[in-house]
Design a protein around this ligand. Structure first.
Ligand SMILES: [Zn+2]
Length: 84
């Protein structure tokens, strides 16, 4: 992975346009009383694998998505944007 940032600094703020969620968690949270947000209910692990990046549901012990980089080395930005 490249150590040189390729993204603009503003991309380090929350920029998610489509959230990744476990469908089992989504089904369960729809019926909770009292209601709870999926963001608080979900328990996910996210990390690099030998193939790419995997998102794993800790609650259900299932794969949510495993993105295959197909051997490509993609740039990644690990800078932290801190608001003081
Ligand atoms: Zn789940």
């Amino acid at each position: 992975m490249s150590q040189d940032p390729t993204l603009p600094k503003e991309a380090l703020a929350l920029s998610i346009t489509n959230y990744v969620a476990c469908s089992k968690c989504a089904d369960e949270v729809a019926n909770l009383t009292p209601p709870e947000s999926l963001q608080n209910y979900a328990a996910m692990d996210v990390g690099f694998t030998d193939w790419g990046v995997q998102v794993w549901c800790r609650r259900h012990k299932v794969n949510i998505v495993h993105i295959d980089f197909e051997g490509h080395k993609l740039p990644a930005d690990f800078r932290r944007l801190e608001i003081i």
